[in-house]
Design a binder for this molecule. Structure first.
Ligand SMILES: O=C(O)CCC(=O)C(=O)O
Length: 260
C-alpha cells in the first residue's frame, strides 16, 4: 500500500545513487515559524539544564552532559553560544511531535527498509550569524557503529529552519560517497580527529552544496560524507537532523525505545 508523501521509484533510485535526496518546501513558512520558536525554547531549556550538568572540553569545545542529553557550545572554553543539542526532541514537545510527521516518516520507511520505525537520535544544529562554526567532512556511521548492529539502516533527515546558502554555511555532501561504507578517519593527533573522514578517501570535486529554502528537507545516508562551512553571514542557519531506525531498537543516547 502506498501512502501520501511516500518516495517515488525515481526518488528512491536517486537517493540510492547519490546518497541524498532533497525535497523542497515540505513545511510551510507558518510551520517553520513555529519550529524556529520551538528550537529557541529548546536552547533556553538546554542552557538552564547545563547548571546541573557535567562539563568537559574536547578539541577546545565545551560540552555539557545532563544525563543523556549533550549540549555542545561554540569553540572557546567560556563561549556561551549553543552549537548542538542532542537528543533535542526531549527538550520540547513540538520538536518531539515533529518526529512523528508523515512527511518525514513515510519516506523514511523506504529508506530504513522497514514497515515500522523507531527514533535513533535527533540533533539541533544552531549555526548562529557570524558565530556558527563549520563541520569538517565526516560520516555519521563511524560514530554509531559501536552502539548499533544495523548502522546501514540509520538514515537521516535534515529539516531546514532557515534559508541556507554558501554564506550561512549550508549543508554539503560528497555525492556517491555512501557507497564506500565506513571510511577511515584522520590521524591528526586531535581528540576528535578520528571521526573526520580521511580526505584522501574521496574527491572534494564531488561536493554538492545544498542551497535550500526554509522548510525544505534533505534525506541522507548514514555513510554519506558530509559537512558544512562556518556561518559568515548575518543570517542564522538552524536545522534539526532526525535519524530513524527499524522499530523496537533503543535510541542512541538514552537507550530507551521510542517507536514511531
Ligand atoms: O549542520 C550541519 O551543517 C552539519 C551537521 C552534521 O554534520 C552533523 O550533525 O553530523
Amino acid at each position: 500500500m502506498t501512502h501520501h508523501h511516500d518516495l517515488s521509484a525515481q526518488e528512491l533510485k536517486s537517493y540510492q545513487a547519490s546518497g541524498y535526496l532533497i525535497r523542497k518546501d515540505v513545511f510551510s513558512l507558518s510551520e517553520i515559524t513555529q519550529l524556529r520558536a520551538a528550537a529557541e525554547r529548546a536552547v533556553n531549556h538546554a542552557i538552564e539544564m547545563c547548571i546541573a550538568g557535567k562539563t568537559y572540553i574536547l578539541d577546545g569545545k565545551r560540552f555539557v552532559d545532563i544525563n543523556h542529553v549533550t549540549v555542545q557550545f561554540e569553540p572557546g572554553p567560556d563561549n556561551q553560544q549553543v552549537r548542538v543539542i542532542e537528543p533535542v526532541n526531549e527538550l520540547d514537545a513540538e520538536l518531539d511531535q515533529l518526529v512523528e510527521d508523515p512527511r518525514l516518516t513515510n519516506p523514511m520507511r523506504s529508506l530504513v527498509g522497514a514497515k515500522d520505525l523507531a527514533l535513533w537520535t535527533a540533533k539541533l544544529n544552531l549555526k548562529r550569524p557570524r558565530e556558527g562554526s563549520g563541520f569538517g567532512w565526516h560520516q555519521d556511521s563511524p560514530y554509531w557503529i559501536h552502539d548499533c548492529d544495523h548502522v546501514d539502516q540509520l538514515p537521516n533527515v535534515m529539516i531546514a529552519f532557515d534559508d541556507a546558502d554558501r554564506h550561512n554555511g549550508c549543508f554539503k555532501v560528497i555525492k556517491g560517497s555512501h557507497k564506500q561504507g565506513c571510511l577511515p578517519g584522520k590521524d591528526d593527533g586531535s581528540q576528535l580527529g578520528g571521526f573526520y573522514t580521511d580526505t584522501r578517501c574521496f574527491d572534494e570535486a564531488d561536493e554538492v552544496a545544498m542551497e535550500v529554502s526554509a522548510g525544505s528537507v534533505i534525506f541522507f545516508d548514514p555513510h554519506t560524507v558530509h559537512g558544512s562551512a562556518a556561518n559568515e553571514s548575518t543570517q542564522p542557519r538552524r536545522a534539526i537532523i532526525i535519524t530513524y531506525q527499524p522499530a523496537g531498537f533503543p535510541q542512541l543516547k538514552s537507550g530507551q525505545i521510542r517507536n514511531v
